[in-house]
Design a protein around this ligand. Sequence first.
Ligand SMILES: [Zn+2]
Length: 281
Amino acid sequence: MLCDKILEDRDFGHLYIIVNRRAVRYTFRPANDGTPKVGIRVTVPPRYDVKDVVRAVEQNRTQLLSMLQVDQTAKDKKTETVRIDWDFRIETDCLYISLVKGVGPRYMLHRLPAQIDKDEQGEDIIVKPAVLEIHCPPDCDFDKTNIQAFLERAIVEGIRNYAKAQLLPRLLGYAARYGIQLNEVKINSSKGRWGSCSQHKQRSLLNSKKSYNINLSLFTLLLPMHLQKLILLHELTHTLYMDHSPAFHTQLDAWLGGKEAALEKELKKYTTSIFSFVKKE
Ligand SMILES: [Zn+2]
């Protein structure tokens, strides 16, 4: 099946007209061509009339739009939940997570901290990522919803431990470098945001120095190192500017060596869920 013609479309981006000898009428399917608008594949019989195809698209526009929507929702759901089983694997800069067939009926966590070195600027270099192995009973039934929920919880808690061990010193290192006074740093499992920053209210009137509380999502640890840096410095920049004003971005961009926009774009590939980091074979 060859694409006979590509037409531009305001809603779908592209209409791919595909001729099929056996087709007796038009059929429409999402093209999934990698563009944000997805595109539509229109299968047509030989000796078709382009104007008639365009007319058919026009007449079916509403249904086609909802077809694309359904297709997109199905795909979103798919990336959101990956089955956790023997093949489940997360391999990021800082942490390797896998399931291991145990011998007994019990679940056990095996942990091995990361080996970390420093570069000339005092920034962390991961020599060897931390390891989190979840040893499961050999007959573990991964089809059970409660087993899936249990394993997800175990993995998240495992990440939380390493996030505390690695993200806190990393953040404090940057804070010290820029002379920023932090009051409290918390690692949470909140979904939807990588971090947040708020001013700490001083009780004492004598102490006028401002200090700040920062919350970091534990999923930040699963990001590549250069994106972790984006998150950490983003929150530290909020200690200087509590908004996302041009001044905020100027400061953050300076700390990131002019790479803020590129890093922000790269960050969009990830979400605050373990399933965003699952290794695909
Ligand atoms: Zn912000």
